[in-house]
Design a protein around this ligand. Structure first.
Ligand code: PDD
Length: 277
């Protein structure tokens, strides 16, 4: 395994170190990305890098190298790691400095990236996942892919404690997204998903699904929907870099679409598979 810290490659996690006063560690003061690699090719790298720089900009963190540089670093990381299919995790924190809430006057950001081998979740993709619903207790800038993930961690843990894979989040009965993925429902042949605003992360997979739907004449509308609409949906699916187009077959005690992935969900899975090959 190769661990990239700033400009240096380390041969394993044990040899790479982060300062105890790193602001990412102490405050969650930083941003991150998870990028998929299929057969050695970095998927949607441009989109992920663009979102990373946007997230960084929204928290006034300047990344000391260009987006092109970032792209080359990630490609070198994948090559050195000899990664076929898996994930790249990368984060950039504001850096290490004596602990004060406000930005320190001198601090240099710390960039970390590494890869993990991870095959596509084939079984879940064909059978679908079970989910729970829970209140969205996260902050009001969910559009930023911030290292602060406690709201997501607690929701996801709640799902796992109930033997479920994901937690569907809602604010006062309006469904936003899931703990680590976006959410879509199908009603009378039309797909609905929450608009990209401060309440959700505008997923790269979500954007690809919108694009694929439009190109293939599938009706898709970005508008908020309620928990009631969710429970009465014909089909429900979640999306992310790691779970792709994932059928949801159960929400709390409600079975969705006879407990099997729906037609439109399967169609989008097919289009997604074509897009990555
Ligand atoms: N999660 N919404 C949230 C809150 C997320 O954390 C993610 C991704 C998504 C989907 O975004 P994308 O399609 O760009 O992966 C939506 C990543 C995979 C994670 O934190 O592991």
């Amino acid at each position: 395994q190769q661990i990239l810290v700033n400009d240096t490659f380390y041969p394993n996690k044990e040899s790479a170190f982060i300062h105890v006063e790193d602001r990412g560690y102490q405050f969650g003061d930083g941003v991150y990305e998870v990028i998929r690699v299929y057969n050695g090719r970095v998927f949607k790298s441009f989109e992920h890098i663009q979102r990373l720089y946007r997230s960084a900009n929204e928290i006034s963190l300047s990344i000391p190298f260009s987006q092109n540089d970032m792209m080359s670093r990630l490609e070198e990381l994948v090559n050195r790691s000899g990664l076929g299919t898996g994930n790249i995790y990368l984060q950039i924190s504001r850096g290490a400095a004596p602990r004060t809430h406000a930005f320190p006057s001198t601090v240099e950001s710390v960039f970390v990236a590494y890869c993990n081998v991870k095959e596509r979740p084939e079984e879940m993709l064909s059978n679908g996942i079970k989910t729970i619903t829970t209140e969205d207790i996260r902050w009001l800038r969910c559009d930023i892919k911030s290292l602060n993930l406690l709201g997501a961690v607690l929701a996801n843990q709640q799902a796992h404690a109930s033997d479920c894979y994901e937690a569907i989040l809602h604010r006062d009965g309006i469904v936003t997204e899931c703990s680590a993925s976006n959410l879509f429902i199908v009603k009378e042949g039309t797909i609905f998903t929450h608009p990209a605003n401060f309440f959700i992360l505008n997923g790269i997979t979500r954007q690809l699904i919108l694009e694929l739907a439009v190109k293939n004449g599938i009706k898709i509308i970005e508008r908020p929907f309620t928990l009631e609409e969710l429970f009465n949906a014909e089909e429900v699916f979640a999306s992310s870099t790691t779970i792709e187009v994932m059928p949801v077959i159960q929400i709390d005690n409600t079975i969705i679409g006879k407990g099997k992935p729906g037609q439109l969900t399967k169609k989008l899975q097919e289009l997604f598979s074509q897009a990555i090959s």
